[in-house]
Design a protein. Structure first.
Length: 136
C-alpha cells in the first residue's frame, strides 16, 4: 500500500450493503471500491469510459478485509495510483470507518486497470496526459 493517498471521499454504509451476517458484505465492499474509483477519476476530469480518448477495464482486484462495517457507519475511501505500465496502472484503496476522531481500517484493496479502446476492442496505450495527472 502507498504511504500517501492524494484523494479521499466519504459516505455512509447503506442498508443494501448489509448481508445476512448483519455486516457489510464482500460484494458491497467491491461496490464501495468502484464508487471510490469513479469519484477519484471524476476529481481528475475523467470516467472509466473517457480517459483522454480511451476507456479502461479492471483486469484484477484484491481485497484484504480487516474489520466489519455496519449500517450507518461513515466510511472514508482513499485512493492512490501507482505501478504504471505502458498500457495500465494499479489503483490502491484504503477503506476506513470513522468513529469519533478515530479511523479504523476496514479493508485494503488494489485494482489493476488496463486502458482499452472499446471501438476497436483492443488494449490501448496509457495516455501521457492522464499519467501526468495521476502522478501529480
Amino acid at each position: 500500500m502507498p504511504e500517501q493517498f492524494p484523494f479521499s471521499t466519504q459516505f455512509s454504509v447503506r442498508i443494501t450493503d448489509i448481508n445476512y451476517g448483519g455486516h457489510g458484505g464482500n460484494d458491497a465492499i467491491l461496490g464501495m471500491i468502484h464508487e471510490g474509483r469513479m469519484q477519484y477519476l471524476r476529481s481528475l476530469g475523467y470516467s472509466e469510459m473517457e480517459f483522454e480518448g480511451v476507456g479502461m477495464i479492471m483486469s484484477d482486484v484484491a481485497i484484504e478485509f480487516k474489520n466489519e462495517l455496519f449500517y450507518g457507519d461513515i466510511i472514508e475511501i482513499s485512493v492512490a495510483a501507482g505501478n504504471f505500465s505502458r498500457v495500465g496502472f494499479d489503483l490502491y484503496y484504503k477503506i476506513e470507518k470513522l468513529e469519533g476522531d478515530k479511523k479504523i481500517i476496514v479493508a485494503n484493496s488494489k485494482t489493476g486497470m488496463v486502458c482499452y479502446d472499446y471501438d476497436n476492442k483492443k488494449i490501448a496505450t496509457l495516455p501521457e496526459t492522464a499519467l501526468k495527472k495521476m502522478k501529480a
